[in-house]
Design a protein. Structure first.
Length: 319
């Protein structure tokens, strides 16, 4: 009988201590919840409203599409829009971080803003992520010393690769070689062969713009670069010049990359762009009303979660 009492008391004692531990953790996590709720309540309401409207729109469009057998296509489109959330967060961070990084490198806010406009406008309608062109622009800016030229070069090359039908892997390979050329101011056979493989049509167009013709046009351009008759900077400027116009790389890139998959990519990019704009608006609204930014609120939550688990972990050994 004494043993039974001991067992009951022991169990109750453990249960009481565990209850206190869980209450402490719950209290800490509840504090985090209150802060998050305070910062994001307005945003949540807006998102709920948008979600309801989107669901109604989806239902209506799916009903119409069912009549013509396009349910799967439309469904995939909406799935891609839903998957744009992570892309929107990445784009939001890029839009906020790029100006800070470039201004720290000595570029004026005006020039940085202009370069960002160039990048955003340059990739509209193309299966190209903003993160990719921003990264390339930062590399080119460190080489050329001019952020505006860097942005224009980035867009021109992206268009040139796409206009030639290059895959993402080929474009990355060609871009790496071009970056080395621009950095050293010299052209070697390996780099040039890579460009001939990854952007044959565009490179021939550049060669013709310098006055070289025929099947050996790109080889003649290489010889001119080797001899110094044409410099790498002049080559770079020619890519930028040929990007615009009716028959420029930009229009050719949009024609060459057109297709169902590209349309889906563009749809997802549009969703990403719109959501990133909404995050920017929410963040601005929070700041204007005296609330911390989304990033600051999340960081506060991190501290509270750490504190909650510290209490939990310190209480366990004493059970």
């Amino acid at each position: 009988m004494a043993t039974g009492n001991f067992e009951v008391k022991g169990v109750l004692s453990v249960e009481d201590k565990m209850s206190n531990v869980l209450k402490n953790a719950q209290s800490s996590l509840s504090s985090f919840g209150n802060i998050s709720k305070s910062s994001f309540s307005g945003a949540s309401s807006s998102m709920d409203s948008m979600s309801g409207s989107a669901e109604k729109a989806r239902s209506s469009i799916m009903n119409i599409a069912a009549g013509v057998g396009a349910v799967q296509v439309v469904g995939k489109a909406f799935d891609m829009v839903e998957n744009s959330v992570s892309g929107a967060i990445s784009r939001f961070d890029t839009l906020n971080q790029y100006p800070k990084v470039m201004e720290q490198l000595g570029y004026s806010a005006k020039d940085v803003s202009k370069s960002m406009d160039t990048l955003q406008n340059g990739i509209k309608g193309l299966p190209t992520a903003l993160d990719d062109v921003v990264s390339t622009t930062q590399q080119f800016a460190s080489i050329t010393g001019d952020v505006d030229t860097a942005a224009k070069t980035t867009i021109a090359l992206n268009d040139a690769f796409l206009a030639s039908g290059a895959s993402s892997a080929d474009a990355a390979r060609g871009l790496q070689q071009y970056t080395q050329m621009l950095s050293s101011g010299k052209v070697d056979m390996m780099s040039w062969r890579t460009l001939q493989e990854t952007m044959p049509a565009s490179l021939k167009k550049v060669a013709e713009a310098f006055g070289f013709t025929g099947r050996a046009a790109t080889n003649d351009l290489y010889a001119a670069l080797q001899s110094g008759t044409i410099t790498v900077d002049q080559l770079n400027q020619k890519f930028v010049e040929l990007d615009g116009g009716v028959t420029g790389f930009a229009n050719q890139a949009r024609t060459a990359s057109g297709g169902i998959q590209t349309s889906f990519d563009n749809l997802q990019t549009a969703g990403t762009r719109g959501m990133a704009g909404m995050l920017t608006a929410i963040d601005k609204g929070l700041t204007n009303n005296g609330f911390p930014t989304m990033a600051a609120s999340i960081n506060k939550g991190q501290d509270l979660i750490d504190a909650g688990f510290q209490k939990l972990n310190s209480s366990i050994p004493g059970m």
